[in-house]
Structure formats: structure tokens, C-alpha cells
Write a protein that binds this ligand. Structure first.
Ligand SMILES: O=C1O[C@H](COP(=O)(O)O)[C@@H](O)[C@H](O)[C@H]1O
Length: 220
């Protein structure tokens, strides 16, 4: 049984006792969003980051899902980022991916993200200059603190333009990051990418297991 709550400005939080339960709830949530989006516009544009997130949704096969899959093999990182952004721009032009009403960013129907123990999301790491990027949709880094060194990533403006953002975290190693990203920690809070995920108009949802939620003020 999930514990569900919402925290001002930090979206809705769902905490599950088991991974199976979390996975089922997450898959059902994706399917719901997919159905709504396909009814409204005939397509569901979803992007997801890597890591353990994939294993949480791998049994999922929601019909009509469009996966923005990165095909970067053989490219240098800068070229890969440009190529990826180009593809997304084509999909925005043809409205396979919607466009944000408040900036020119793509408005994915859903962006699914995991969190690193250091609070990084996608490949946006704490204290990295990429957190300041305001214009590019996709960028690259060559100095990732976590291997691989070279990565490409969506920027925060793209993530925060999505209609729905899901953040999923499992395991005690993510507890501190989840606490700092969700709880009201005032000025003590370091600049945490996971906390900078704050959809402009979209909905933010957290899917956590009990271990990842173990340091949350309201739920432990
Ligand atoms: O490097 C990354 O790690 C995080 C966390 O991965 P996990 O396996 O500990 O869940 C992932 O969310 C992110 O996309 C990836 O770039």
C-alpha cells in the first residue's frame, strides 16, 4: 500500500513498501498519462534517463509510447548533442512533441528521471556549470564526476517544460538526496539538481521506496 502525500511546490510523493508495488504503480501512472495524451493529441512523447529507473518500468509496454531514444554511437559528444537536439526540433516542428507556451522549449508529455546519491538528475551534476544553461535543449559534458566522463543530457529548461515529470528513487543510498530535494530544508540546502526540477506548469510526481523515503520529514 502506498503512502501518498503532496508537499508545497515539490509535487506529489508516493512511497511504496516493495519494488514490485512501486513498479506496478509507476507503470500504471505512465499508462494513464499515455492514454490521456493519445486521446488528446494522438501521440505520447516520453523521454527517460538511464540508471535503475529502466528496471522499474521494463515490464511496461504502454501502447503508442514514443521513446526519444538516443542513438549516439559513433558520434563525438558535441555532435551527438547537436544531432539529438536536431531530431527533437524536427519532432517539435511536426508537433509529435508539443511546444511550451511560455518558452520555445519542447514540452514532452512525460519526462522520467532517476536521481543519483549526490542529487544529480539526467547528467546534470551538483555545482556544474551546465545547471546554468538557459538556451540549449541538449548539451554535453566531458567532466562527469561519475563515469562515463563524457555524457549528453537534457538541460533544465527542457526538463522543467514537460507536462509531467516523474522522479523515481529506490534504496537507502538515495535517502539524503530525496530529503534535500523534497523537504523544506531552507537555506541549508545545497544547490541540488534534483531540487531544481520544478516544472513551470507541469506536474511533478515522486515514486520512492521506503528506504529512499526514510529521511523525509513528513513521512518517516
Ligand atoms: O548517472 C546516472 O545515474 C542516475 C542514478 O542512477 P541509478 O542507477 O543509481 O538509479 C541516473 O538517474 C541518471 O540518469 C544517470 O545519468
Amino acid at each position: 500500500m502506498a503512502v501518498v502525500g503532496s508537499i508545497k511546490d515539490r509535487g506529489e510523493v508516493r512511497i511504496h513498501e516493495s519494488l514490485d508495488e512501486l513498479s506496478r504503480d509507476l507503470v500504471d501512472y505512465i499508462a494513464e498519462l499515455s492514454e490521456i495524451s493519445i486521446k488528446e493529441r494522438g501521440v505520447f512523447a516520453v523521454a527517460l534517463s538511464g540508471g535503475s529507473l529502466i528496471s522499474l518500468i521494463s515490464p511496461a509496454r504502454p501502447s503508442g509510447v514514443f521513446l526519444a531514444i538516443l542513438r549516439s554511437l559513433g558520434f563525438r559528444r558535441e555532435e551527438a548533442a547537436n544531432e539529438y537536439e536536431f531530431v527533437i526540433r524536427q519532432l517539435v516542428k511536426t508537433r509529435v512533441i508539443n511546444v511550451s507556451a511560455i518558452n520555445d522549449c519542447p514540452k514532452f508529455d512525460l519526462i522520467l528521471l532517476g536521481i543519483g546519491p549526490d542529487g544529480h538528475v539526467a547528467s546534470l551534476f551538483p555545482d556544474h556549470s551546465m545547471l546554468e544553461e538557459k538556451h540549449e535543449w541538449v548539451t554535453f559534458i566531458t567532466d562527469s564526476p561519475k563515469p562515463p566522463l563524457e555524457r549528453i543530457t537534457f538541460t533544465l529548461p527542457v526538463i522543467n517544460s514537460a507536462a509531467n515529470v516523474v522522479m523515481a528513487a529506490i534504496g537507502g543510498g538515495k535517502a539524503e538526496a530525496a530529503h534535500l530535494a523534497i523537504d523544506d530544508v531552507g537555506s541549508e540546502c545545497p544547490v541540488l539538481p534534483a531540487r531544481m526540477v520544478q516544472p513551470d506548469v507541469g506536474k511533478l510526481m515522486w515514486f520512492l521506496d521506503c528506504q529512499a523515503a526514510s529521511k523525509l520529514k513528513r513521512f518517516c
